[in-house]
Design a protein around this ligand. Structure first.
Ligand code: NAP
Length: 479
């Protein structure tokens, strides 16, 4: 049993009350974590406040060096990060190694380098010069979900601190283990006390107290759209800087000229990576009617061949869902799909696994056809291993179907003609579109959604701008 404490002002501090953290693959309790309340959040905010002046004054070069030190220390513990992330989230270990462990290190390295190269324009006038400088915003409140725990936490902490802010972060209480490892790393390397404070607990308590705190100047939130609305309702009237990275219901458009043998493995990956619990997952697959039968046959066969089971085994393609209640929610959508006239082509139930995994929150990868593209199953975010497939007759119809949800996060187009793919991509109403690839990330590009998928952008200069205040100083040439 792991016992986790909050990390506040450079010290590990216990809370009065604790919560249990479960292994989703077995249902066993693996850790006890603080159930932080107002007192713990206030301590963390005060620590962040005290550290502000020192941290903003040390300069960007030195702060970037600290990011490199964090990256080095995380890299030395990469295997441990992957094991903890797999244990805590139920995701396959191979995925935790390839994505979570490596991206967490890469996030710190990237922002350390990129911030040093990032320059802000000066604007010359006939009689004056405008100098734009970037100042820290102050205290950044960072709130992150359970699907990519350290990956998303480091994606916020790195740009926040490199730009001179101090941080109070609340990871999801369902996946606290790697945030705790990050606290250990920060402690080990001796980052000045109070620069990064990590408070564990429920979102409705610790998370809400962070958002409500008047000393917290900025909120960067990644999570569901409903929670995002609550966060915005609290933060907006307080005029906090706010970034919301929310849910998605992303379309995958498969044109008739696609090389199916090459693209199907990637389309399957985009539908089911991390048990479909990635905001970018392509959960609505729109297929040209000219290749419908061939696509469905090949796609379903591929999905059926995937192994669900022990996340620590390198043979598992899919692990467990995050919790029993989340699996219930995903299953309720499978039942809804049946009521809406859908046909389950594969999956649709929990697999028969041997102990201890028979007590885990597993679900077979599920493919559903026969639904209207306007049905609830095809338009609401399920966030599980469930995809719906729909035929279309023309490119125009494909775009109409792709744009018919309230979400606007991401999408992908699959075609033998990259130019046609790009033209279609331009008509999709989302913040990101991939052509003949998926989740192919360059950390310099903007990341974020439109419509109900969020407000603002992260990544590269967009993160650095968000985590800073641009101040213009206009100097007249002569008095
Ligand atoms: P969630 O329930 O919205 O929770 C996200 C975080 O917010 C958690 O740490 C949560 O704590 C906290 N929280 C809950 N209520 C809060 C409140 N009133 N004030 C402040 N914080 C609060 O989302 P989730 O179920 O963890 O994650 C899945 C969702 O995240 C999906 O919709 C997915 O699409 C989205 N997501 C989006 C992106 C993106 O970049 N756009 C990336 C990843 C995930 P608790 O855990 O204690 O509730």
């Amino acid at each position: 049993m792991i016992k986790i404490n909050n990390y506040i002002n450079g010290e590990f501090q216990p809370a009065k009350h604790f919560l249990e953290d479960l292994n989703p693959a077995t249902g066993e309790v693996i850790a006890k974590i603080p159930k932080s309340g107002l007192n713990e959040v206030e301590k963390a905010v005060n620590a962040a406040d005290e550290a502000r002046t020192l941290w903003s004054n040390i300069g960007l070069e030195e702060r970037a060096d600290w990011l490199h030190k964090i990256a080095d220390a995380l890299e030395a513990r990469s295997d441990e990060i992957a094991s903890l992330e797999s244990l805590d989230t139920g995701k396959p270990i191979a995925l935790a190694r390839a994505v979570d462990a490596s991206r967490s290190v890469a996030n710190f390295r990237f922002f350390a380098q990129f911030a040093k190269e990032f320059t802000v324009e000066d604007f010359e006038m006939d009689d004056a010069m405008n100098h734009v400088i970037l100042k820290p915003v102050g205290i950044a409140g960072l709130i992150t979900p359970w699907n990519l725990p350290l990956y998303l936490l480091s994606w916020k902490i790195a740009p926040a601190i490199v730009m001179g802010n101090t941080v109070v972060a609340k990871p999801s209480e369902l996946t606290p283990l790697t945030a705790n490892l990050l606290s250990e790393v920060i402690d080990e390397i001796g980052l000045p006390a109070g620069v990064v404070n990590i408070v564990h607990g429920f979102g409705s308590e610790a998370g809400q107290f962070i958002v409500e705190n008047s000393k917290v100047n900025l909120i960067s939130f990644t999570g569901g759209t409903t929670t995002g609305k609550m966060v915005a309702a609290t933060a907006a009237p307080m005029f906090k800087k706010l970034s919301l990275e929310l849910g998605g219901k992303n379309a995958t458009i498969v044109l008739e000229d696609t090389d199916l043998d090459k693209s199907i493995p990637e389309i399957v990956r985009s539908g089911f990576m991390n048990q479909g619990q990635v905001c970018l997952c392509g959960s609505r697959i729109l297929v040209s009617d000219k290749i419908w039968e061939e696509f469905v046959d090949k796609f379903v066969n591929h999905v059926k061949s995937m192994k669900v089971g022990d996340p620590s085994s390198s043979n598992s393609d899919l692990g467990a869902l995050i919790s029993s209640s989340h699996r219930d929610k995903v299953e309720s959508y499978i039942h809804l799909a049946q009521r809406e006239g859908g046909e389950i082509l594969c999956g649709g139930k929990s697999p028969n696994l041997s102990p201890p995994f028979d007590r885990g929150f597993f679900l077979e990868p599920t493919v559903i056809s026969g639904l209207s593209h306007m049905s609830r199953t095809a338009t609401e975010e399920i966030f599980g291993p469930v995809v719906t497939i729909h035929p279309f007759k023309s490119d125009k119809e494909a775009i109409e179907m792709a744009n018919c949800t309230d979400y606007g996060l991401a999408g992908s187009v699959w075609t033998g003609d990259a130019k046609r793919g790009k033209e279609l991509a331009e008509q999709i109403e989302t913040g990101m579109v991939w052509v003949n690839t998926w989740l192919h990330r360059d950390l310099r590009v903007p990341f974020g959604g439109i419509k109900n998928s969020g407000v603002g952008r992260e990544g590269g200069r967009w993160s650095l701008s968000f985590f800073s205040e641009a101040v213009n100083i206009c100097v007249k040439n002569k008095q």
